[in-house]
Write a protein that binds this ligand. Structure first.
Ligand code: CO
Length: 486
C-alpha cells in the first residue's frame, strides 16, 4: 500500500509514461487475453492470509473468455464469449467455479464452430444474400459478457443488446431471456430504484423516430415500464448513466451513430459510430417523478464508459464520471493491439457540476491518479454525497493497480504488485459498518510472472492485503461482477 500526494502521483505518472515508450508493461499482461477453455469447480483453493469471518457469499462475475471460434478470431476485447465465474466464501475457505454462459451465440460457436451473431466489433461471415436479409432482422447477440445483477431472486447477465440472460447462481447454467428492454440498445449498468427495489435502465429505440428511453423493471416482473423518453437523431454510444434522488442523468458523449447506417452499412456494430467532438458533451436530466426532461447542458467533448456517482447539492447536480479525452479507447481495445502489448489510454475521475438554472456545466479532475471500472459503497452512497470510489489505474500502458479515490480530500491510495494486473475491485461492506469504506475489496488479479490468476482480498480502507486465493489457471481479463451475500 502506498499513499501519494498530488506531486508524488505526478512524478509517478511521468516515470510510468517513460516506460511506455521503452518496454510496454503490457508485455507481462498479454497472456491475460488468452482464451480459457476449461470449465472447472474447485473447492478449497489455497488461501494465503486471513479472510474476514463475516465474508460469506459469492463474488459472481461475467467476462469474455474465448475469442477463437472455428478458424476466426474475434476482433475486440468486448467480443469474447461470455464466461461466468464464481468465488464463494464461507468458513474461512474459498471455492471457485466457472462456466461458459450457454447463450445462443455460445452454442453456435461450440456446436458449429460459427460466429453466428453480430458482436460489438465482429460480424458473422455472410453471403451477400444473407447480409441483405440480416439488415432487416439483425441477429443480435445474447453473449452477455459485460455485467450481471440480482433483481429480486433472479440473477441476470447483461450486455448492450436487448437480450439479458438469466442464470442459476449455483450451477452457473443459463436459464433463458430475462426480459425485453424497450429498444435495440441498452446498458449493462442498471441502477437500483430504492423505492421499488426494481431496476432502472436505459434503452435506445431506433427507427424513423429514434429516442432515448429509461425504463423500470420491478423485481417480480418481466415487463419493463418506460418512465421517460426523449427524441434524438443520432444517438450516442451509452455504456452507463447517473442517478440522483430527483434525476436520471444521461451524459451524451459525441461518439454517435446514424440509425440508417447501423442498419445498412454492413459493418460491425461499433464501426458505425463516429467521433464528432464539435458536438461537445451534452447532459440531459430526466425528472424521475414528473418524467419531464431538461437540457442539454453542454461542455467540451469527452468520452466515457462509466459513471461513478451523482447527487444533488443545492441547485446543482454533481456528476462524477471516469472520462477519456476522446473515443480512441475503443480502438485501443482491439484484440490484435492488446495481444501485441500496445498501450491503452488511461481514464480519469472527473466531476461535472450542472447548474440547470444557469444552464452551465463546469468540470474538474478530482485526483491525478488514473481510474476506471469504478465502484462505490453503492447501497449507502449511490445518489448521495460520498467520499470514496475504488477502481483500477493505468501504468505502463495497461491496468496495473487498484486505486482508492478520496473525492473529499482529493487524495488517492494505491495497491500494486510487480507483474500483477488487477480487475475491477468490488466493494463489500462489513456488517454494521460505521465508516463508508469499512469493508473489503475483491479483485481478480492476473499474475503475469506465473501465468495464473488469484482472488485478492484487500482492506477497503487501507488497501492492505488481507488474503489471496490462488486459481491454477489464468482468468481472462473481464469487466464487471457483483457480490451476493449468503
Ligand atoms: Co462497464
Amino acid at each position: 500500500m502506498i499513499q501519494f500526494d498530488q506531486n508524488d502521483s505526478n512524478r509517478m505518472m511521468e516515470a510510468k509514461m517513460s516506460t511506455v515508450t521503452d518496454v510496454p508493461a503490457t508485455t507481462g499482461a498479454r497472456h491475460g487475453f488468452d482464451s480459457l477453455e476449461e470449465e472447472t469447480h474447485l473447492d478449497g483453493l489455497p488461501v494465503h492470509g486471513q479472510l474476514p469471518p463475516w465474508l460469506r457469499g459469492s463474488l459472481l462475475r461475467t467476462g469474455p473468455a474465448k475469442w477463437e471460434v472455428g478458424n476466426r478470431t474475434m476482433s475486440h476485447w468486448f467480443d469474447g464469449l461470455a464466461m461466468l465465474h464464481r468465488f464463494s466464501f464461507g468458513d474461512g475457505g474459498v471455492s471457485y467455479a466457472n462456466r461458459f454462459l450457454e447463450s445462443r451465440a455460445y452454442r453456435a460457436a461450440r456446436d458449429r464452430g460459427e460466429i453466428a451473431y453480430s458482436e460489438f466489433a465482429t460480424d458473422p461471415c455472410r453471403s451477400l444474400f444473407a447480409r441483405v436479409s440480416a439488415m432487416f432482422s439483425p441477429k443480435l447477440t445474447d453473449n452477455a459478457n459485460v455485467n450481471l445483477t440480482k433483481l429480486g431472486e433472479r440473477f441476470i447477465s447483461m450486455t448492450e443488446t436487448p437480450i439479458p440472460v438469466q442464470f442459476d447462481a449455483d450451477t452457473l447454467a443459463a436459464a433463458g431471456v430475462a426480459y425485453e428492454p424497450p429498444g435495440q440498445l441498452t446498458t449493462a449498468h442498471p441502477h437500483m430504484d430504492r423505492a421499488t427495489k426494481g431496476m432502472l435502465n436505459y434503452a435506445a429505440k431506433l427507427g424513423p423516430r429514434t429516442s432515448y428511453r429509461f425504463f423500470l423493471l420491478r423485481p417480480d416482473s418481466s415487463k419493463p415500464e418506460v418512465i421517460a423518453t426523449r427524441g434524438v437523431r443520432e444517438p450516442a454510444y451509452m455504456h452507463s448513466f447517473g442517478l440522483t434522488d430527483r434525476w436520471l442523468v444521461l451524459a451524451e458523449f459525441p461518439f454517435v451513430v446514424s440509425p440508417p447506417r447501423l442498419a445498412f452499412s454492413g459493418r460491425p456494430y461499433i464501426e458505425n459510430y463516429r467521433w464528432k467532438p464539435e458536438l461537445g458533451t451534452r447532459f440531459h436530466l430526466f425528472d424521475r417523478s414528473t418524467r419531464e426532461s431538461i437540457g442539454p447542458f453542454e461542455t467540451d467533448a469527452r468520452f466515457s464508459f462509466h459513471h461513478v456517482n451523482s447527487y444533488e447539492e443545492g441547485d446543482e447536480v454533481v456528476v462524477d464520471i471516469s472520462t477519456f479525452s476522446d473515443a480512441g479507447i475503443v480502438e485501443d481495445l482491439y484484440m490484435e493491439r492488446l495481444r501485441a502489448g500496445k498501450p491503452v489510454a488511461p481514464g480519469y475521475l472527473e466531476r461535472f457540476r450542472i447548474s440547470p438554472a444557469a444552464g452551465t456545466v463546469t468540470s474538474e479532475r478530482l485526483i491525478e491518479e488514473s481510474i476506471d471500472l469504478p465502484r462505490i459503497n453503492y447501497g449507502r452512497c449511490n445518489e448521495r454525497p460520498y467520499r470514496y470510489a475504488w477502481g483500477v489505474g493505468f501504468g505502463g500502458g495497461w491496468i496495473d493497480r487498484i486505486v482508492k479515490a478520496d473525492v473529499v480530500e482529493r487524495r488517492s491510495t494505491v495497491w500494486a504488485e510487480e507483474g500483477c494486473f488487477p480487475g475491477e475491485p468490488v466493494f463489500v461492506a462489513a456488517p454494521e459498518a460505521g465508516g463508508e469504506d469499512e469493508g473489503v475489496l475483491l479483485s481478480i488479479v492476473f499474475d503475469g510472472r506465473r501465468g495464473n490468476s488469484f482472488l485478492l482480498v484487500l482492506d477497503a480502507r487501507s488497501l492492505d492485503e488481507l488474503a489471496r486465493a490462488e486459481v491454477p489457471h489464468h482468468i481472462p481479463f473481464g469487466f464487471h461482477g457483483q457480490f451476493a451475500r449468503a
